[in-house]
Structures are given as C-alpha cells and as structure tokens.
Design a protein around this ligand. Structure first.
Ligand code: ZN
Ligand code: ZN
Length: 351
C-alpha cells in the first residue's frame, strides 16, 4: 500500500509566507503586492506586517488568497547573545542586540485579534491600524524575551486561532538554545530571502535539523520578508512555499499548512517535488529535472541519489529503516537551488 507523504498528484499553489506592505514598513500597497506576486506565478501571499493585523480578504478571489497575519517583535535591549560582547548589552548598538520575530497566521481570515498588545510596540505607519478594544486583550502586555515570555506569546496566539512561525534566527542574534525551549511553534523559517539577499544569512536548514533531533516537531517555512525599498522587487521571489490544496480557498490553504501538505523552496526557480510516497518501506520521489536528492535522518545515516555527471533525473528511490526515527527530503538542481520537505516519522509510515 502506498502512503503518500504529500498528497497524490496534488495541485500546488506558490506562496510567499512573509511580507511587508505599506501597512508597516514595506513599499508596495497590499494591492500592488498582490499584482507583482501574481505576475510571478504566486497564488498566495501572507501579509505579515509588523505588529498589526489587517484583514486583507478583499484581495482574495478565485486566483489569489491573502492570508491574514502579522510579525510580532520582541526585543530586550539589555541582552546580548554574543559572548564576545559580554552578558550585558545595555550599551551596545542595536544591531548587536537580541530580538525575536515571530509570524502569526490567522486560521480565520477575519481574525485580527491582538493577543499580546501594547501600544508601545506599534510604530510608524502601523499606528494607523490600532485595534479597537474588542480586538485586543488590553493595553499593557509586556513582551518578555525569555523562553517563558515567548512561550506565553505563542500559547496566547495559538489559543486565539493563530499558528506561529519562528523567523530568521540569525538576523535576530538568536542561539539554538533559545529555540529549543520553545513550545507550540508550527514552523521554523528555514529560509528568509531578504536576509539572504542583504547578508547571505538565514538559510537555516541545519538549525531545523538540530531542533528535530532535539525532539521538536515542527515544519520548515520559507518566505521573502520582502520590503521592496524603492518599489523594486529586489527582495521578492527568492524563498517560497509550495502548498498542496484541493482548491485555492483560505480554508484549504490553512488546512494544508497545518497538516504539513507543503514543501519549501530556496532560490528562484527551485526544483518542484511532484510526488512523495512510501510503499513497502521504500521511499519514492518524483520531481522536476534535478541533479541530486538527499534524505536526512535523525542521525548520521544519510542517503543520496545523483544524476549521472552532466545529466539530470526526475525520480529517486530509497530504502527506509526504523532506526532513522525521521527522514526528510531535499531535491537540488544543477544551480544548487533546493526544495525541502518537512520531517516524516518512520513509526508513522513504516510497516
Ligand atoms: Zn523580522
Ligand atoms: Zn519581516
């Protein structure tokens, strides 16, 4: 019997799961963002403006879904994770200090409820979207940059109908120990295109592996974090998420994200994963023309399939073993652009 790890012969919708519009510090209007992304083949954009939640359902139609979201920031200007800087960061420049950014995605498109609101966290144009009293849990929430403080924010978000992605840990000066103590995350932002474009950082697949090995169950995520300074698309189209859904509706997209029916792509024009299934403890992968496929596990056991030198291939097979605990798949093309799946657990799929 075949066990499909991604839905069989699925239709995939291309999504940018991290974006900033003129609602906060981006330079496209929400409508312009829809247009430029649709022109590049996208069907989904998550609007994750800083610290405000705006319902953009008016942009959703039969060819496009606008996901309701926000990016919450937590800063502690007295803490530095950089050992060379000492333990007190009080006198350090901003860029040496630790922050945490988390994306919240609303399961209901009309849910704009703020779960950790305090007007002091809202800045710039975002102040134009101050929530009324019915859409916030008071005015005095203190965001605390500690495992306890972050877990409280994650719990509140989950209880209010959101799911949470931990963003760009390198740009934020985070340490892995900061992430290992978090509970209730949906995903880790494994690829942030803007951080990569601007500084070659935040391609965090090894950190995702580390968290999996630490026993965390979470999905990988990829997004642009586009701001589009000068109204250019320099920080767009480089990191995206391919979401399998029976139809392009808000509800279907959310269900697929929660179920893990998606994979992430690193680099414009990265390979596509067509089918992924297990039959008789053997893993089958169909993909668009590529050069290599890797299977990573909870330990040193790895597997790879390569096209013959100078050639490409579109299918690979691997034998799975219980001892892997989990496995995840990477497809890589001849420009080293990659598609990554999340982790699948052998006890769920092996006979
Ligand atoms: Zn951020
Ligand atoms: Zn951002």
């Amino acid at each position: 019997m075949k066990t499909y790890l991604l839905p069989e012969n699925a239709t995939y919708y291309k999504a940018n799961m991290h974006s900033h519009s003129m609602v906060s510090d981006g330079n496209f209007t929400p409508e312009e963002m829809k247009e430029v992304y649709k022109a590049q083949g996208y069907s989904i954009v998550a609007y994750t403006d800083h610290d405000v939640i705006v319902d953009h359902s008016d942009l959703t139609d039969e060819s496009f879904v606008a996901l309701t979201g926000t990016e919450y920031s937590i800063a502690d200007h007295d803490v530095s994770p950089i050992a060379l800087c000492g333990t007190s960061g009080a006198d350090m420049p901003f860029n040496m200090k630790k922050v945490v950014h988390m994306n919240l995605f609303a399961k209901d498109p009309h849910n704009t409820y703020h779960t950790s609101y305090n007007p002091k966290y809202i800045w710039g144009r975002a102040r134009n979207h101050t929530p009324d009293e019915a859409h916030r849990d008071g005015d005095d929430y203190e965001r605390v940059l500690s495992a306890e403080g972050l877990n409280d924010m994650i719990r509140r978000a989950n209880e209010a109908g959101f799911f949470v992605c931990f963003n760009h840990p390198y740009w934020s000066n985070n340490r892995l120990i900061d992430l290992e103590n978090l509970e209730g995350l949906h995903s880790l932002e494994v690829y942030n295109y803007a951080a990569d474009y601007n500084g070659g950082m935040d391609y965090c697949i090894d950190d995702y592996e580390w968290l999996l090995r630490a026993g965390k169950r979470l999905f990988p995520m990829a997004g642009d974090d586009n701001h589009n300074w000068m109204k250019e698309t320099d920080t767009s189209f480089g990191g995206y998420t391919m979401i399998a859904a029976p139809a392009l509706t808000y509800e279907n997209v959310i269900d697929s994200l929660l179920a893990g029916n998606f994979y992430i792509c690193v680099g414009r024009g990265a390979p596509e994963i067509k089918n992924l299934y297990v039959e008789d403890n053997r893993l089958y992968v169909d993909f668009s023309p590529a050069e290599a496929v890797y299977v990573n596990t909870a330990g040193r056991a790895t597997m790879a399939a390569h096209a013959k030198p100078g050639e490409i291939f579109t299918h690979a097979e691997f034998d799975l073993k219980d001892e892997f605990i989990y496995f995840r798949v990477t497809v890589q093309d001849d420009c080293r652009r990659r598609a990554h799946t999340g982790a699948y657990y052998t006890k769920d799929v092996l006979q």
